[in-house]
Write a protein that binds this ligand. Structure first.
Ligand code: CA
Length: 245
C-alpha cells in the first residue's frame, strides 16, 4: 500500500542543524520542508500544511513563541519546540502558548523521532474521534465510562477518570501542571498543585505495575507530567489478556 509521506516543516536558522534533521527525518521516510526565520515559517505552515512543525525559539526575526501563537490562531498542527533554552520558565511558556512538546538541544535523534512519531499518532487519533482510548494495557471506553486494565474492568473515581482521560487524549505530550489543573479541575484551580500530586499518585497506584517506577505517567521535573505512549506489551501479559478474553 502506498502511504502518504508525512511532511515536517522545520523552522530553524542554523544550517548544520537543518542538515542533521534532514538526514534523520528522511531516513525514516518523512518529507522535510525548511526555512530559517519565523515569518516565513508561519507562511509555510499555511501554504504547505505540514503534518508537524519542528520549531527553534531563537530565530533572527521574531521569537519562536510568537510563531507558535501565530500558527495557533488557525491551526492545531502539532508543534515540537527544539531549542537550546532549557529553563523551566521557557519550556512552560512555550507549552502554554500552544506547543505540543519540547526537546532541548543538543538533542538525541532517536528521542526526537520518538516524540515526532507520538505527536503524529496523537493527531491522527484525534481526527478519527474514537470512542475508545488505548495505550499499552490501559483501555478507556468513553461511551460507557469504563476503564479496563489488562482487559479487567477497574474502578476509578470520577476525578481519577477525568484525569486519566485527559492524560490519555494527550499521550506522548509534555503537559504543564497548569494545563492539567485547568482542563481537569477548572480555571479556579490552576495553582492547586497538591490536588494534582495526590491524584497522580492515586492513578499510578492503579495503572502502574510499579508505581515507584512509572512507565505510563512519568514526571517531567519542574514542568508537569507526560503519559508515555506504550506500544508493546510484554509477551506474558499479552498471553494473559488473550486467555482471559
Ligand atoms: Ca536559533
Amino acid at each position: 500500500m502506498l502511504q502518504k509521506k508525512n511532511t515536517i516543516l522545520v523552522i530553524e536558522d542554523e544550517l548544520p542543524i537543518r542538515k542533521v534533521l534532514a538526514i534523520s527525518l528522511e531516513s525514516v521516510g518523512y518529507k522535510m520542508i525548511e526555512c530559517d526565520n519565523g515569518k516565513e515559517g508561519i507562511r509555510l505552515s499555511a501554504s504547505v500544511q505540514p503534518e508537524l512543525i519542528l520549531l527553534d525559539l531563537g530565530l533572527p526575526d521574531i521569537d519562536g513563541k510568537e510563531v507558535i501563537a501565530g500558527i495557533r490562531q488557525w491551526s492545531q498542527t502539532p508543534i515540537i519546540v527544539c531549542s537550546v533554552r532549557n529553563s523551566d520558565k521557557e519550556i512552560i511558556e512555550a507549552l502554554n502558548a500552544g506547543a505540543d512538546d519540547y526537546v532541548t538541544k543538543p538533542f538525541n535523534s532517536e528521542v526526537l523521532l520518538a516524540r515526532i512519531h507520538a505527536n503524529l499518532r496523537k493527531a491522527a487519533t484525534q481526527e478519527t474521534g474514537e470512542p475508545e482510548l488505548t495505550n499499552g494495557y490501559i483501555r478507556m471506553d468513553l461511551v460507557r465510562h469504563e476503564v479496563f486494565l489488562h482487559d479487567k474492568k477497574t474502578l476509578f473515581t470520577p476525578k481519577e477518570y477525568d484525569l486519566l482521560r485527559y492524560l490519555l487524549v494527550h499521550r506522548g505530550k509534555m503537559l504543564t501542571h497548569r494545563q492539567i489543573l485547568k482542563e481537569v479541575w477548572g480555571d479556579a484551580h490552576t495553582e492547586d498543585l497538591q490536588y494534582l500530586r495526590v491524584y497522580i499518585s492515586q492513578l499510578r497506584d492503579k495503572v502502574e505495575l510499579d508505581p515507584a517506577a512509572p512507565r505510563y505517567i512519568v514526571t517531567e521535573p519542574g514542568i508537569g507530567y507526560r503519559m508515555e505512549t506504550v506500544t508493546e506489551l510484554p509477551a506474558s501479559i499479552r498471553e494473559l489478556a488473550t486467555v482471559e478474553a
